[in-house]
Design a protein around this ligand. Structure first.
Ligand code: AMP
Ligand code: GLY
Length: 420
């Protein structure tokens, strides 16, 4: 079959790598792709948030299956356009993607489903929001309602920080995403991510992971898209996972179906776990990046079969086969990220890296220039490995870093510290 993947980050390189291992895949196109993806698939220049264009492209390239990587095309209705045109697609409708696109919507669904999550209030103006913070005190969490590329959340440890965040959001600091602000109770505990597939009815868990959001070692400094991840997440034990399924995820999926907007795709539940009890932090309607890299390392070729079963509503017959192993990915980022950073520095040594089922360097923000790989984004490379134990996986991932010749690149040296 001919497959199209939308996106061009480390997540999409990992998806492409897994899909290519499946003998069902005859031809793979990734739009827009990156320098690493270009080594294993065709890359196409396409506006992936324009549903009509994605449909035209799919029809004219005889695409049998589309996999949507990021949230923006989903929120823009690209999966709806494809389904409407009869092109099989992995990814939820725009209506179902509101689980990520609107924090307020997710809170309302949780309330209707009885799913445990932080207490909250919704505000449309700064003054009542400020009064709420003054009455409640810190720590407290301030969130822009809409999609803000992962930057619309401020975990305020002091009242002053909370008030500053409110002012910034209502001053338009997050664009339209900040027209409404959700203020939440601060939840304590350990965070982990739970990934399930849902075909509108059946829910199938496909793995757990933990990522490191902060730029600095010891999980300090500003938030990033994620500086590294590992799977499985030890804190998400079978017992906690079962509670997350029965108390949070299945009731949410049932509520979405009841409203006539069944959820079809991968659901990424960010959970806060304390004393064995999970509460929902947030939903994402896509794979995490870099969490996808460790999940694909562990799933391999079957990932395509599972995504197809999701799209064809036959997850009740699907099974996941897990090797009893651990995976880790370490992100190499451009110096300065998540603040300002330069593009265009040359990355050497990539040809010396192993490319096996156990060690892969997935590309995120890379491009080709004059026959050389150059940095073209904040997060640039994902050194990813799999082994019998997490500490072996870590050693294999960091060993790859010694081959990469890129003085402008930085990485954290302590990915996985909590689990190790
Ligand atoms: P997001 O950018 O939406 O992934 O959220 C950023 C991070 O903020 C989450 O991963 C949590 O670490 C933290 N966070 C969000 N909501 C809460 C909450 N109610 N209590 C504690 N931490 C939170
Ligand atoms: N790594 C966090 C995310 O993909 O949202």
């Amino acid at each position: 079959m001919n497959i199209l993947i939308l996106g061009g980050g480390g997540r999409e390189h990992a998806l492409a790598w897994a899909v290519m291992q499946n003998p069902k895949c005859d031809k793979l196109i990734v739009a827009p792709g990156n320098a690493g993806i270009a080594q294993i698939a065709d890359c196409a220049d396409l506006d992936i948030e324009d549903g009509a264009r994605v449909v035209d492209f799919s029809v004219s390239n005889s695409i049998d299956f589309v996999i949507v990587g990021p949230e923006a095309p989903l929120a823009a209705g690209v999966a709806d356009a494809l389904r409407h045109a009869g092109v099989p697609v992995f990814g939820p409708s725009a209506a179902a993607a509101r689980l990520e696109a609107s924090k307020r919507f997710t809170k309302e669904i949780c309330a209707a489903a009885g799913a445990p999550t932080a207490a909250y209030g919704v505000f449309r103006a700064a003054e009542p929001a400020r009064a709420h913070v003054r009455a409640t005190g810190a720590p407290i969490v301030i969130k822009a309602d809409g999609l803000a590329a992962g930057k619309g959340v401020v975990v305020a440890m002091t009242e002053a920080e909370a008030l500053a965040a409110i002012d910034e959001m209502f001053a338009g600091g997050f664009g339209a995403a900040g027209a409404e602000v959700v203020i939440e109770e601060f939840m304590e505990g350990e965070e982990a991510s739970f990934f399930v597939l849902c075909d509108g009815q059946t829910v199938l868990p496909i793995g757990t992971a933990q990522d490191h959001k902060r730029i600095g070692e010891g999980d300090t400094g500003p938030n990033t898209g994620g500086m590294g991840a590992y799977s499985p997440a030890p804190v998400l034990t079978d017992a906690v996972a079962e509670r997350a399924l029965s108390e949070i995820i299945r009731p949410t999926m049932a509520e979405m179906a009841r409203r006539g907007t069944p959820y079809q795709g991968v659901l990424y539940a960010g959970l806060m776990i304390r004393d064995g009890a999970p509460r929902l932090v947030e939903y994402n309607v896509r794979f995490g990046d870099p969490e996808c890299q460790v999940l694909m390392m562990r799933l391999g070729a079957q990932a395509l079969d599972l995504m197809q079963a999701t799209a064809e509503r036959r997850l009740d017959q699907a099974r996941v086969t897990w090797a009893a192993d651990h995976a880790m990915t370490v992100v190499m980022a451009a110096r300065g990220y998540p603040g300002a950073y330069a593009r265009g520095s040359v990355i050497g040594g990539l040809d010396d890296l192993p490319e096996t089922a156990f060690q892969m360097c997935f590309h995120a923000g890379t491009a080709m220039r004059d026959g050389q790989v150059v940095a073209n984004g904040g997060r640039v490379l994902n050194l990813t490995a799999r082994a019998g134990t997490l500490s072996e996986a870590r050693d294999l991932a960091y060993a790859m870093g010694t081959h990469v010749q890129w003085p402008e690149g930085v990485m954290r040296g302590d990915i996985g510290w909590r689990a190790l």
